[in-house]
Design a protein around this ligand. Structure first.
Ligand SMILES: *Cc1c(COP(=O)(O)O)cnc(C)c1O
Length: 481
């Protein structure tokens, strides 16, 4: 047996490169990373390749290692080239997400340090760091000391956690679901319905509240719906308000909705996955005023705080409710006493996860090394760029604009003098995708094929927007000619 063990040790030694090997790997990886960074400005935002990365399959996973150069070549050709380049300044589609350089360095350190951020006992410092970040977010959102939250993988899980917390806080049982009512709109993000379904609440009643002309939830209609449901003997439970919808960037009227939630004792959940980060700047704070009156809120640092994907956050105003809905214990965890003091509450007790990445380090190192001021400036810049784009497009023939932006999304379409408008706009977005210098995405609003300009990339600046306007003009005229 000992011989075999020694033999296995020899074979497994490759798992740990020595310092010389590390140096070589570091150099190649850093060089490759730098080449990606250089391409993010003025490179293509979207590249359609014929093979769509299928070349990866030519190099199957096997017992035999390959050299780093070969691995990076596979990565370059098959992964980092085809599709949408999220880091590109010209990525103006969906909701752009970030990936600050400092955050990438922090990811490296988090992976090497291997701190277990799920349990206070295992890594009190990592847990304190995450708590500090959640407190910082809570402060700029306007949540009180009683709030608790979690750094999650993104908006989908954040909303799921908030909905599960609201379900437990109202002590809803399966037999209650068919009489329980959720209020949302046609513009509510689809992950909310997904979360309701995963939370077992598929059978509850969903009331789609009409929108006003600017795609905000109509608060008169909301109150009417609640009263009418009460009259029918139903149980109004949850209002979903959105601080920045995906289609148009609309911010639902937060104060009146909060008044209604108070008056009828409903749980108010704010989906601020995209928009809540704007509260960091004064201009955004005014637009979002009232969202701090919600019972729960989500924000995606991988959107408005320019973190790499996998950075979400959820906050519950009465933190005890988050704990009640998520804590659990196990015999094998007896060494850690999570209930020793409120200070010792572990992320694992506030989240569906047990093992989890140390998500805090990427945000902490970025905020510490860069300071908050550049984040605040970038967010105000994005708000102003959307207004700038709107005003520029107003003066270009045949472009019809949607509402003046609440945040940093502008909708528009091209109205050709003749022919089908939807069909023309479909061809326009195809032409933009083929060109690839900028990447836009479209949506359907009131049955109309609509283009969207979503500005949130930290590399997107005024010259990017000027170029986008030129490309839009050029492509539309090309299609007409
Ligand atoms: C992005 C987004 C989500 C979903 O977040 P994920 O991190 O992709 O899960 C939910 N709501 C809104 C408004 C969003 O913009």
């Amino acid at each position: 047996m000992e011989d075999r063990i020694k033999q296995l040790e020899k074979l497994s030694i490759a798992l740990e490169p020595d310092s010389g090997q590390r140096r070589i790997l570091q150099e190649k990886v850093i060089q490759y990373g730098d080449s990606l960074l250089e391409n993010f400005r003025h490179e293509q935002a979207f590249i359609e390749t014929g093979d769509k990365g299928v070349g990866l399959y030519d190099s199957p996973i096997s017992d035999e290692p390959i050299a780093i150069d070969k691995a990076l070549e596979l990565l370059k050709t098959n992964v980092d080239r085809p599709g949408v380049h999220l880091g590109s300044e010209g990525h103006l589609a969906y909701i752009p997400s970030g990936g600050l350089y400092v955050a990438a360095l922090a990811e490296y350190l988090a992976a090497i340090g291997g701190r277990y951020a799920g349990l206070f006992f295992a890594s009190p410092g990592a847990v304190r760091m995450e708590r500090m970040l959640l407190r910082w977010i809570a402060d700029f959102i306007g949540y009180p000391e009683s709030a608790k939250g979690d750094l999650t993988s993104g908006g989908s899980i954040s909303s799921l956690m908030a909905i599960v917390t609201a379900r437990e806080a109202y002590n809803l049982k399966a037999k209650d679901f068919p009489d329980t009512v959720v209020y949302l709109t046609d513009q509510t993000h689809h992950t909310i319905e997904k979360a309701l379904r995963i939370a077992g609440l598929k059978e509850c009643v969903k009331r789609y509240i009409p929108l006003d002309k600017l795609y905000h939830m109509s608060t008169d209609a909301l109150e009417e719906a609640i009263l009418s449901d009460k009259n029918k003997g139903l149980n109004p439970w949850l209002i979903i308000a959105t601080a920045g919808t995906t289609d148009t960037g609309a911010v639902d009227p937060m104060e009146p909705i909060a008044d209604i939630a108070d008056k009828y004792q409903l749980w108010l959940h704010v989906d601020g996955a995209y928009g809540a980060a704007f509260a960091l700047c004064e201009m955004g704070k005014k637009i979002l005023k009232g969202m701090e009156r919600s019972d729960s809120i989500i924000i995606n640092p991988h959107k408005g705080l320019f973190m790499p994907q996998g950075s979400g956050a959820v906050l519950i105003k009465d933190g005890r409710k988050l704990f009640d809905a998520h804590h659990s214990t196990a015999r094998y965890l007896q060494d850690e006493d999570t209930l020793g003091s409120p200070d010792d509450v572990s992320p694992a007790d506030l989240s569906p996860e047990l093992s989890r990445p140390f998500r805090g380090l990427r945000l902490w190192l970025s905020l510490k090394l860069i300071g908050v001021a550049p984040f605040r400036a970038a967010l105000e810049e994005k708000l102003l760029l959307a207004r700038y784009f709107y005003e520029k497009m107003q003066h270009i023939n045949c472009f019809e604009l949607g509402p003046y932006p609440d945040l940093s999304i502008v909708t528009f379409r091209y109205i050709p003098p003749k022919g089908d408008v939807n069909e023309f706009n479909q061809r326009l977005i195809n032409a933009i995708h083929q060109d690839g210098r900028i990447f836009l995405s479209s949506t359907m609003i009131d049955g109309k094929f609509t283009q969207r300009m979503a500005i949130l990339g930290f590399r997107t600046h005024i010259d990017t927007i000027d170029r986008a306007v030129e490309i839009l003009k050029e492509k539309a005229q090309g299609l007409e000619g």
